[in-house]
Design a protein around this ligand. Structure first.
Ligand code: CP
Length: 356
């Protein structure tokens, strides 16, 4: 069990399962007792910087709400309001900016992905560069490789919907963290059509975490939409360590059979970045050709009463039919809500040492 005060969260894979379990347990408790006295002043008068290179609905709003509920203040930062050095212009270095920010704030969240990076991995490098020069924790708010806060919210939501012990207790969603609640459940992460040309961050984070929490993981995508090979290797190892299966397929149908969780999402191809830029229009045009890659109600019927999950925003009609996204087995709004509770637990632990 490690000390969590000051610990960066760039990818959950870099945290021990024991430490993740502590975060999940606290997040479930915070959800049940949202305005409990013991949580209200954990970050009293402290500052959380939210540095957004890309737009957001859930991440910004949930971090702002989380900050307020813990007694902190969340400050919104964007690069155009700062004079930072870039490849094209003179300005302040990360080394200087990060050390100054470290004097003001107790935590720094950074989002950098999609068209704000010039190659896959640049967002990851930038976040790690900030982490090098700060003592305060750096939290990824989604970057080109990983989205740890989304992964935490996903696992919480799937446990709420699938952990039998918890559900039996309440008759609806599980209210307590059950670290074995997903063991043996089958997750399908399937590429889907869509015009949002997204980074791989959410699906890669989900695959890694699902393996660690004992799920069988199947990743389905057309040729050319492969995951990062390092993520594939780590996910395979995570699954094997729990005695679970890991499969990669280019068949849009196969993974639905017996699935308990279906995660249908568009992501960009391995050729998305060329000559230092994201070829978004080409990517969108290419994705339109794969007309057989939508999560449909007919496909969901082949699952084991499976739930539909998605980090949102959803490209309805392309990634998934409305009947599924808005159907009785859709956990999307519970997962979205869990961003708040999961991030409160992460902030309390890393910015205040609440679990140390
Ligand atoms: N899931 C997620 O990160 O949503 P936003 O892009 O709206 O923040």
């Amino acid at each position: 069990m490690g000390k969590l005060l000051g610990k960066d969260l760039i990818c959950t894979q870099e945290w021990s399962k024991e430490d993740l379990d502590r975060i999940f347990k606290l997040a479930f408790e915070m959800k049940q007792d949202r305005f409990g006295e013991k949580y209200l002043n954990i970050l009293y008068r402290k500052q959380f910087f939210m540095f957004f290179f890309n737009p957001s609905v859930r991440t910004r709003q949930s971090f702002e709400a989380a900050s307020t509920e813990l007694g902190a203040h969340a400050q919104f930062l964007e690069p155009k309001a700062m004079r930072l050095k870039t490849a094209k212009s003179a300005g302040e270095t990360i080394e200087d900016a990060a050390q100054v920010m470290d004097r003001y704030a107790y935590g720094l969240g950074i989002r950098m992905l999609e068209n704000k990076v010039t190659y896959y991995g640049e967002g990851d490098s930038l976040i790690r560069e900030y982490a090098k020069y700060t003592k305060m924790p750096i939290i990824s708010m989604a970057h080109d490789k990983f989205h740890p806060c989304q992964g935490v919210a996903d696992i919480m939501g799937w446990i709420e919907w699938l952990a039998e012990a918890g559900k039996q207790k309440t008759g609806s969603l599980a209210t307590e963290f059950d670290s074995d609640g997903l063991v043996g459940k089958k997750l399908l992460i399937t590429w889907s059509q869509g015009a949002l040309c997204r980074s791989l961050c959410s699906v890669q984070e989900a695959a890694l975490l699902a393996g660690r929490y004992g799920m069988d993981v199947t990743i389905a995508h057309p040729e050319g939409y492969e995951f990062d090979p390092d993520v594939i290797k780590a996910t395979r190892e995570n699954c094997e360590a729990r005695g679970q299966e890991f499969t990669v397929t280019q068949d849009p149908e196969a993974g639905y059979e017996g699935a308990h969780v279906v995660y249908s999402r568009n992501w960009m191809s391995s050729e998305a970045y060329q000559d230092g830029e994201l070829k978004k229009e080409e990517e969108i045009a290419k994705a339109q050709k794969y007309t057989d890659w939508t999560c449909t109600a007919a496909r969901m019927k082949r699952t084991d009463n499976g739930i539909f999950t998605h980090p949102m925003p959803i490209d309805r009609g392309a990634e998934v039919e409305d009947a599924v996204a808005s159907g009785p087995n859709s956990c999307i709004f519970d997962v979205a809500e869990n961003r708040l509770h999961g991030q409160k637990a992460i902030m309390a632990a890393t910015m205040a040492g609440f679990l140390d």
